[in-house]
Design a binder for this molecule. Structure first.
Ligand SMILES: [Zn+2]
Length: 277
């Protein structure tokens, strides 16, 4: 990635047509650089439609990313659920890659009350298999376990950065709102955000800092972590310091706004970034 691009989780509210093509056009019109395809509830783009999406994104010069289904749990204890999770990862990754998406993230697993070390091994094995399968089909897309917002979710920053360092084709998706929620709001200063980026640099080098898939949003949390997303200006997340850390570490990649107001916070983050020194 040559720049840090800002974009929307799904189709902007202001789009006249609620389909992917309309979304891509609107993202361009808003002056943003990327859009995330939301396969969170269903993989809602048919394979026959994917070339059209790819062409539209290329024409508008919009970088696409994707978010896989919420139901994925690569540490599922029931065989059928594990097999379904594998299919969801592959099918969403395949569809995203055919749309020309650069990266796909998903909430990889739940700990299911198991030791974190053994869950790590299980998730790593599943991610390796997914990368191998997609590459075997001639598809190229970054596979990204996302930083989980709930304590019960696999995906602390250390886990996803380490798994990325150890697994070809895998990089982290860093959700800074989740990082804030996981610490129950304590993780919120310039030094905290900088430490996150320093950890990425330590394990993944400059390459990691220049290949970032980021989620940002306002967030509310409780004892078990993430509760729900709110707009940035309606919560205590210190986004100015967060953006300053992005600037100082000269990161590149894509920042996706998952706030309820979608494009407004994408534009707010972009404006903040452009105005900071
Ligand atoms: Zn997510």
């Amino acid at each position: 990635m040559k720049d840090l691009l800002f974009g929307t989780a799904g189709i902007p509210w202001s789009a006249k047509s609620g389909d992917t093509m309309g979304g891509i056009k609107e993202v361009k019109k808003l002056g943003l650089g990327s859009m995330e395809l939301e396969f969170v509830r269903s993989i809602n783009i048919r394979e026959s439609k994917t070339p059209e999406v790819k062409t539209a994104a290329e024409k508008e010069n919009i970088v696409l990313s994707a978010h896989g289904p919420y139901w994925v749990n690569l540490n599922a204890q029931k065989r059928e659920t594990l097999e379904a999770s594998r299919r969801w990862v592959l099918q969403s990754g395949r569809t995203a890659a055919l749309c020309g998406a650069w990266s796909i993230c998903f909430h990889a697993a739940y700990y299911m009350k198991q030791p974190h070390g053994s869950v790590y091994g299980q998730v790593k094995k599943e991610l390796e298999a997914a990368v191998k399968q997609l590459r075997g089909e001639g598809l190229s897309i970054w596979i990204r376990p996302e930083l989980g917002g709930k304590m019960s979710q696999f995906g602390g920053l250390e886990e996803i950065v380490r798994i990325s360092a150890e697994t070809e084709g895998v990089m982290p998706c860093i959700d800074f709102a989740h990082q804030h929620a996981r610490s129950m709001g304590k993780h919120n200063s310039y030094n905290d955000w900088s430490a996150d980026l320093a950890l990425v640099e330590k394990h993944l080098g400059r390459e990691g800092l220049e290949n970032m898939h980021i989620h940002a949003a306002g967030i509310e949390y409780g004892m078990s972590g993430e509760r729900n997303h709110v707009n940035l200006n309606d919560c205590k997340l210190n986004y100015t310091d967060l953006v300053q850390a992005w600037k100082d570490y000269k990161i590149k990649g894509v920042v996706i706004s998952e706030s309820p107001n979608i494009e407004e916070d994408a534009l707010l983050l972009q404006k903040t970034y452009n105005e900071l020194k």
